[in-house]
Design a protein around this ligand. Structure first.
Ligand SMILES: [Zn+2]
Length: 372
C-alpha cells in the first residue's frame, strides 16, 4: 500500500515537471550519478528535470538500490548511466525492466578517450586478482598507462536488454570519464542526441543548450590548463583511482592510491608500500574523498609512521558537496583545479589557510612533528 502511494506521488512528480505543462510532452529521464545528472540537466534546461539515483553522499562503488530507485527506473523513458564498471548495482535492474527503456551507457559514447585502469605498484584498482607479484613503484607519471583508444561508432547506442552484456567489454577501463572536459563534451553531444530522438518536439532546445554547454566547457578547459600547468612534476597520492582522465589531460603526476578498492581499508602490505612511496618520492599531498572516512588515511599514515610532512586534502569527483544541477559539473572541475593548485603548487598555503578538518590538522601536525 505504502509502495503504491510512493509510486503515485513519484509518478505525479515526474509527469508534471512544470505546473501547467502538458504531462506527455516531457520525457521522464533518470541519471545515475551527480555528474551525469548535471550534464543531462544542462541539456534539458528549460524543458524538464532529470531525476537522480545516487544522491547525497552515496558512492556508485558501494550503492544499494532503494525501492524509490526501482520506481524511477520503471517509469523512465530514458536512463543515462556510465556503465556497469561504475554503477554495477544498475546492471540487473536495467536488464529486468518489464518494458524496453532506452538505457544509455555513456562509456559507449562515440569519440570518447578511454583509459585502462592502472595496475601494479600503487595502482592496484578493482581487479586485484589480475596482479601476481608487487611491481616496482612507478618512476614516471605514466606508470602502466595504456594509450587512449577511440570508440567505434557502431558501439554508441544500446537499450536496456543489451546493456548488461555489451558493457562488459569495458571491464578494465577506468569509468571516471567525466573528469576530462574533452570527454565531457562528447557526453553532452550524446545526451543531446538521445534526448532529441526520444523527444523530437524539444530537439531545437536540446541542441541550443548543448552548444552553450560545449562553449562553457571549452572556456573551462582553457582556465584549467593555465591553473594546472605548473604542477606537472609534483607527485601525489589519491584515495582511489578516480582521476586518470584529469591527470592525463593536464599532465599531472599521481603515483598511486591509498586503497585498492574504495570500500576497503588498505592492507598492511599496502600501508608499507604507501610509506615507501611517500619517503622515496617525496609525496607532500594525499587527496581523500568526502564519502570515505578520513580515518582510513589517518590510520594508514599512523601505522606507517611517516617521517615527512604530508597534507591531506579533499577532492570530490562526484560533487557530493555541491548543489545538484547544470552547474555542478563545472564546480567539480574548478574545485579539483583549485584544491590541487593549493596543495601541490609552489605557493602551497599553510594548513590553517587550507580549511583542513581538525583530524587532518592533527595528523599533519603529528607527521610534521615526526619529520623534525
Ligand atoms: Zn570511483
Amino acid at each position: 500500500m505504502i509502495f503504491r502511494k510512493i509510486l503515485y506521488v513519484l509518478s505525479l512528480s515526474v509527469l508534471m515537471p512544470f505546473p501547467g505543462a502538458p504531462a506527455d510532452e516531457v520525457p521522464r529521464v533518470v541519471a545515475s550519478i551527480l555528474p551525469v545528472h548535471s550534464l543531462v540537466s544542462g541539456v534539458m534546461r528549460g524543458v524538464g528535470n532529470p531525476s537522480l539515483i545516487v544522491r547525497g553522499y552515496g558512492s556508485p562503488h558501494t550503492y544499494r538500490m532503494r525501492p524509490s530507485d526501482a520506481v524511477k527506473l520503471h517509469d523512465a523513458d530514458l536512463v543515462f548511466w556510465i556503465g556497469d564498471t561504475l554503477e554495477s548495482f544498475l546492471r540487473k535492474p536495467l536488464s529486468s525492466l518489464p518494458k524496453p527503456v532506452r538505457a544509455v551507457s555513456l562509456m559507449e559514447t562515440d569519440g570518447l578517450t578511454l583509459l585502462k585502469n592502472r595496475e601494479g605498484g600503487l595502482w592496484e584498482h578493482h581487479h586485484p586478482a589480475l596482479r601476481t607479484e608487487p611491481a616496482p613503484l612507478p618512476g614516471t607519471r605514466h606508470g602502466n598507462f595504456v594509450s587512449p583508444i577511440q570508440k567505434h561508432p557502431e558501439e554508441t547506442e544500446q537499450h536496456a536488454t543489451l546493456a548488461a552484456t555489451e558493457t562488459h567489454q569495458h571491464l578494465g577501463y577506468n569509468p571516471h570519464i567525466w573528469l576530462d572536459p574533452k570527454n565531457a563534451k562528447q557526453l553532452v553531444k550524446t545526451i543531446a542526441h538521445h534526448l532529441s530522438e526520444v523527444d523530437p518536439v524539444h530537439g531545437t532546445r536540446y541542441e541550443i543548450n548543448a552548444s552553450d554547454l560545449l562553449q562553457r566547457m571549452e572556456d573551462l578547459a582553457e582556465r584549467l590548463r593555465k591553473q594546472l600547468s605548473g604542477l606537472t612534476s609534483v607527485p601525489y597520492l589519491v584515495f582511489h583511482d578516480a582521476y586518470p582522465y584529469l591527470e592525463t589531460r593536464y599532465g599531472l603526476q599521481a603515483v598511486g592510491t591509498v586503497t585498492a578498492t574504495p570500500d576497503r581499508m588498505p592492507s598492511a602490505r599496502r600501508i608499507a608500500e604507501l610509506r615507501s612511496a611517500i619517503e622515496r618520492l617525496n609525496i607532500r599531498c594525499i587527496f581523500r574523498e568526502p564519502q570515505f572516512d578520513a580515518k582510513v588515511i589517518e590510520a594508514a599514515l599512523d601505522d606507517a609512521n611517516i617521517t615527512r610532512p604530508v597534507t591531506i586534502r579533499v577532492l570530490d569527483p562526484l560533487g557530493v558537496g555541491i548543489t545538484p544541477g547544470p552547474d555542478l559539473w563545472f564546480h567539480v572541475m574548478e574545485n579539483h583545479a583549485r584544491v590541487m593548485a593549493d596543495c601541490l603548487g609552489p605557493t602551497a598555503r599553510s594548513l590553517s589557510d587550507l580549511g583542513c578538518s581538525a583530524a587532518e590538522k592533527r595528523i599533519s601536525a603529528r607527521i610534521s612533528e615526526n619529520f623534525r
